[in-house]
Every structure is written in structure tokens, then in C-alpha cells.
Design a protein around this ligand. Structure first.
Ligand code: CP3
Length: 342
């Protein structure tokens, strides 16, 4: 495939960085909001043709260089038997693990519950333009565990989940092992159905100290990275809030690491292992500003991008509700039309 995104992941330089956005297939696109008037998120995600169409919307509407599967990280606990609903206030589990005695014994992983996702991947591969690779994904072990224990995300500190992790380390490990096993099966099936790259979304990595993250959760990340590597699929790790813990990542852990906005991209380059490429890290909230302000703020990326060819342009987290569509288009066009002095 002739893809600037895959070339960059594999170390082949281009005259500009590739660009895609976390949460690109959703709320920022008028075409998506229109579909949302007729269908629920759950319905769109479970209908393979609709999921494929939504996955490809930002290719046409924004002009990004890669597609990301339209699904959610919480399909894994759902496939473990946890009742899940997507409500106005975000995802809600009917029986969070904080309310269950002996939770690991009550999980029933059933990979067949994810079959509709592979059908969606087949439909995407069939419909996509030739040069557009598909990114598969799943949630990082800490982030998914937080949702499973807490049951919802109205408090982003996930207090009961963190309490549980500290007070039930052994039980936490058992759940993490079960999550890891199903996630690896899920990754392998996504590869069987021809995804081109894989991203692990560890959105809540910053909730706990790095040493605890490294002890309890990094073994799981390493196993997933090894599974991707065995299939020759580039592996991007997004540990939001990991901060200076980024310095512990090794090339075995990921090919690229996605950086949030709390650390400057040039600073991240200094502390991340030189063989690991970077992705990121524009603050998505910058897109609430005027295009003049956006353009001025982006200037610092030109020097960085001119020196660093192992870099994928992206946000530090996903698009936010209410970001003007025109500004998302402006950002994509800016990346494509800037002279990167390469
Ligand atoms: O990036 C993409 O466009 C691909 C699809 C995707 C979704 N969720 C679709 C979605 C991806 C990669 C995710 C990952 C995800 N889901 C994460 C990790 C990344 C991140 O944003 O932090 C997390 C923590 C979740 C859990 C989740 N799902 C939350 C908290 C919510 C509700 C709040 C929100 O962000 O909208 C969801 C629902 C969800 N997942 C929607 C979409 C498009 C919104 C559904 C709607 O339109 O109502």
C-alpha cells in the first residue's frame, strides 16, 4: 500500500508528517451528527456497513491519511459478560465490579461477541480508497479496568477503581490477565481481517504513579506489543498522563508513542528512547480558538517536524464536543500545505 502513514511508521521519510486524529470519526463531523439523529452509537457500531461508512467519513470530510475503526474500547468488558449501555453521560456498566464479590471469577470472556467488529473491518477494507490504511485498537489495561470497577466515568478520578487496585492487588492482577488474554485474541483477529496498524488507548495512565503502572500494567502492554510485532503490525501506545514515565519505554514496548499536551513534543523527544517514533500532541481545545490563533500556535511544530521524520501529526487526546468542523479541516489542510523544510 502506498501510504504516508505506514511509511512513517516503518521509518521511510516523506516531505511532510502524516496526519490523523483521535476521535476523528465522530462528533466533529456534521455528516456523523446527521447519522446520529437517526441511529444510536451502539447501533452504528454494531451494523458492519454503517460502522464502515462512519469509519471512512473523516477520509472524505477531513482528508486525513488513515482511518480508525469505528468502535469502542469497552467492547472488551462487554464481551466478558458485563452489561453496558452508552448514555448521554457516557458509558455505564449495569453491574460495576466494585459491587461484585470475587469479580475475576464472575467474568465470562466470549470472543464470539466481537464478531460483528470483524465484519465491519471486512466492509472497511472493501470500501476504502487504496492509499488509506486502517488502524485497529483496543483499550489499555488500566483504562479498561477503571471503567469495569467504577462502572462509569462521571468522576474522571475513578476513586473506587484506584482504591480497589491498591487494596486488592492480587484480584486486580487476575482481572488484568483476563483482559490481556482477550485483548490479544481481539488484536490477532483484527490482524486476520487486515488492519494495518494498532493503537493501544491507555487514556488514564496518569491516574497512578509510574512505578505502580510499570509493575501492574506494563507486563500487559508488553504482551500486546509482542503480539502485534509477531504479526508485523506497527504498534502505537497512547499512555495519556504518563509524563516523565515515558523515559522507561523501550522499543519492545511500542514502535511509536502518542504524546499528550502536558509535555512539549520537543521535550518528549529528549526523554523517549530514540528508536521509538512520536505521535501528537496538539491540545484539542486549541481548536476552539480562531484560525489565526491556531496557526500561530502551530508554528513551533514546523521546526520539530523538519528535524523529526519519525513523527505522526495528531492531537494530545481526542476531538472535543463543539469543536468547529471548519477548524478541524483547517488543521488537516495546514499539515498538508505547510513547507516542512525536509
Ligand atoms: O477515534 C475514533 O474516532 C474511533 C472510535 C473510538 C470511539 N471511542 C468511538 C466513540 C475510539 C478509538 C474510542 C476509544 C475510547 N472510548 C476511549 C479511549 C480514548 C479516549 O477518548 O480517551 C475511551 C476512554 C472510551 C470510552 C468512552 N466511549 C467514553 C468515555 C464515551 C463517552 C464520551 C465520549 O467521548 O463521547 C464513549 C462513547 C463513544 N465512543 C462515542 C464515540 C464516537 C460517542 C458516542 C456518541 O456519539 O454519542
Amino acid at each position: 500500500m502506498n501510504s504516508i502513514f505506514l511509511d512513517t511508521l516503518k521509518g521511510k521519510p516523506h516531505s511532510r508528517p502524516p496526519v490523523w486524529f483521535m476521535r476523528q470519526a465522530g462528533r466533529v463531523l456534521p455528516s456523523y451528527l446527521k447519522l446520529k439523529e437517526e441511529h444510536s452509537f451502539w447501533h452504528m457500531m454494531r451494523d458492519p456497513q454503517l460502522a464502515a461508512d462512519v469509519t471512512l467519513l473523516p477520509i472524505n470530510d477531513l482528508g486525513v491519511d488513515a482511518a480508525i475503526l469505528f468502535s469502542d474500547i469497552l467492547v472488551i468488558p462487554y464481551a466478558m459478560g458485563m452489561g453496558l449501555d452508552f448514555t448521554e453521560k457516557g458509558p455505564v456498566f449495569s453491574k460495576p465490579l466494585k459491587d461484585v464479590a470475587n469479580p475475576s471469577a464472575n467474568l465470562n470472556p466470549d470472543a464470539n461477541k466481537l464478531d460483528y467488529i470483524y465484519n465491519a473491518i471486512d466492509a472497511i477494507v472493501e470500501k476504502r480508497p487504496d492509499n488509506i490504511p486502517l488502524i485497529g485498537f483496543c483499550g489499555g489495561p488500566l483504562t479498561v479496568l477503571c471503567y469495569m470497577i467504577q462502572g462509569l466515568s462521571t468522576n474522571h478520578a475513578f476513586p473506587d477503581a484506584i482504591n480497589f487496585i491498591y487494596s486488592n492487588k492480587k484480584e486486580s492482577k487476575k482481572i488484568i490477565d483476563a483482559l490481556t488474554e482477550l485483548s490479544i485474541e481481539y488484536l490477532n483477529k483484527q490482524v486476520d481481517h487486515k488492519i494495518d496498524a494498532f493503537q493501544l488507548f491507555e487514556t488514564h495512565a496518569g491516574l497512578i504513579p509510574t512505578d505502580l503502572y510499570n509493575e501492574l500494567f506494563m507486563p500487559s502492554v508488553k504482551k500486546m506489543a509482542a503480539a502485534a510485532r509477531a504479526r508485523k503490525i506497527p504498534f502505537i501506545f497512547f499512555p495519556k498522563g504518563l509524563s516523565t514515565g515515558l523515559k522507561y519505554l523501550t522499543p519492545e514496548d511500542c514502535d511509536f508513542v502518542s504524546i499528550d499536551w502536558q509535555i512539549e513534543i520537543s521535550e518528549a523527544r529528549k526523554i523517549v528512547h530514540s528508536e521509538i517514533g512520536l505521535q501528537g500532541n496538539v491540545d484539542p481545545r486549541l481548536l476552539y480558538a480562531s484560525q489565526d490563533v491556531i496557526e500561530n500556535t502551530l508554528q513551533k511544530y514546523i521546526d520539530f517536524g523538519s528535524e523529526n521524520k519519525d513523527w505522526i501529526f495528531n492531537l494530545g487526546h481526542g476531538f472535543m464536543p463543539g469543536i468547529p468542523y471548519e477548524n478541524a479541516q483547517f488543521l488537516t489542510n495546514w499539515v498538508k500545505n505547510t513547507n516542512w523544510n525536509r
